[in-house]
Design a protein around this ligand. Sequence first.
Ligand code: ZN
Length: 167
Amino acid sequence: MRYKFCPLCGAELKDKEAGDDGAVPYCKECDRLWFDTFSSCSIVLVANEYNEIVLLRQGYMSDKYTSFVSGYIEPGESAEETALREVREEIGVTLDSLEYAGTYWFAKKELLMHGFIGRAKKCELTLSKEVDAAEWTPAKDVVKTLFPKAPGNAAYAIYEIFMEKLK
Ligand SMILES: [Zn+2]
């Protein structure tokens, strides 16, 4: 998001040259540059010892099992802390390990997604109210219901990394 007005004093911002960054919205009153902002989230492929992956069904996205656990990073959290917290909150699983699996830009939502692969022992899933349903799904079957490979589809990219590691 590009600022038009100062979030502190409400004055209209004027572009100011800021070195290598070029023209940046600037508040003269507050003597402050307002760089473009975006949201950040973590998204986690959760797999068990049988290489089954947790797929979530979330009605607002699709009636199929299309997604992995994900959530916005809160101020003060690292992407890793968000990943662990969201997995605990959404499906009631405590991960044994967490491995970084790249970052993905989701243009439609101006969202930088931090990808992870998490490992846990197979267990009953305890769902939060945000999740309509979730299932352990054999890794090879996951691709059948994921959204197609496309820029910004972090789930598919992380799934490819996971499958590559299984070879
Ligand atoms: Zn201001």
